[in-house]
Design a protein around this ligand. Structure first.
Ligand code: GTA
Length: 335
């Protein structure tokens, strides 16, 4: 008997490429990096390692606090996220043929394990850099215990809202995308309507080399919606556009059907400008857990049931142990 056909046949990698072939893409990326606003690329070679903020054997990722010395000897903080990239099917045979050396580690009966050293072209590492990094960035990537908070609407108004108004991450990067000052060549889809429109771009977490960890993000054009908490029935046309057009654009460009996408909002988000995450259903994306992800279709249904649903119900989320917002909840006797 032949192989059981997969319900969704594996898409040929060519499906990735309305756009350029992988090799071309890499060259283009390098050219783009050099031409990026702010000029020269990040001076990776002169980073001094301060400490490992977190590492994860499962994700094969390290979150690093580094420092870069300026001309006058001043030190500037940076966060580096180093991740081993997923395997690409078409590279596996090449990897087996072109390995440098195969070192036997153990053998037992029909079982054996080896150390395999691939050539540099086949052992890419994805590096994400935050530079200059603020103290908040260092805290965010530091491994810490987390605690659940259950936030009522009153808590939001009295504790969370004043807090995020006083100190949240800059959202300049979002405005740069909306104004085509950054990542303009990466836009997958745009609905330009200032009220009900949005821009869909690949998320920073996705290198676009394989569909397994597909991750895109939709940023709305209007600037007065911070998070899920602000949503009312007034935003239904906008949310429906994001859902419908986002799914269509991803099916068209990447060949991934809507039935294989997890489409959700984070609460709390890191950046208080409403955005929607689109991730591959088979990918265990960071932040897709029950205490943080709210499916867009459920959000739409809730707003249909009650126009002020998100100004009424309590919402649960996790906060890191030393997060100032957790301290505020503690002071108010809410944790
Ligand atoms: N295209 O400039 C950008 C950009 N920035 C600055 C952020 N994003 C960007 N996308 C583009 N261009 O998915 C993306 C982020 C994120 C989304 C913001 O915007 O990649 P959010 O507001 O809900 O915040 O979404 P979130 O999810 O906390 O975002 P962020 O900053 O990625 O934090 C991720 C958390 O997951 C961290 O606490 C980190 O410890 C953890 N994490 C686990 N694995 C990873 C990983 N591989 N990479 C990054 N973070 C990881």
């Amino acid at each position: 008997g032949g192989a059981v056909p997969a319900p969704f046949p594996r898409r040929p990698r060519a499906a990735m490429a309305d756009g350029p072939a992988p090799k071309r893409r890499r060259e283009e990326e390098e050219a783009a990096a050099e031409a990026a606003p702010g000029g020269s690329p990040f001076p990776l070679g002169s980073v001094r390692l301060r400490r490992l903020l977190r590492d994860s054997a499962r994700e094969k990722a390290a979150f690093v606090h580094g420092q870069v010395s300026g001309p006058a000897g001043e030190e500037t903080d940076a966060v580096l996220i180093l991740e081993k990239t997923p395997f690409r099917e078409e590279e596996i045979e090449e990897l087996l043929r072109r390995h440098g050396k195969l070192e036997l580690q153990t053998r037992n009966d029909i079982y054996s394990t080896y150390r395999l050293r691939p050539p540099p072209e086949l052992s890419e590492i994805k590096a994400t850099v935050v530079y200059p990094a603020t103290e908040k960035h260092l805290q965010k990537y530091l491994r810490q215990e987390v605690h659940l908070v259950r936030e009522t609407w009153e808590d939001y108004r009295n504790i969370t809202l004043p807090f995020i108004q006083s100190q949240s991450f800059s959202i300049q990067w979002v405005y740069n995308i909306l104004e085509k000052k950054a990542e303009a060549d990466r836009i997958i889809h745009e609905n330009p309507d200032p009220c009900n429109g949005f821009v869909l771009v690949p998320d920073f977490k996705w290198n676009q080399n394989q569909l397994e960890d597909l991750y895109l993000i939709a940023l709305i054009h209007r600037r007065d919606v911070k998070s899920l908490r602000d949503l009312t029935a007034e935003h239904l046309p906008l949310l429906r556009n994001v859902l419908q057009e986002g799914k269509e654009a991803i099916a068209k460009r990447f060949g991934v059907p809507g039935s294989q996408l997890r489409i959700y909002l984070h609460y709390q988000p890191s950046y208080y400008h409403l955005h929607v995450h689109f991730t591959a259903l088979g990918y265990d994306a960071p932040g897709s857990s029950a205490e943080r992800a709210h499916l867009l279709e459920d959000v739409i249904d809730n707003l249909l049931l009650d126009a002020e649903y998100y100004q009424k119900r309590a919402l649960t989320f996790a906060l890191r142990a030393d997060e100032p917002l957790l301290k505020k909840f503690r002071e108010a006797g809410r944790v």
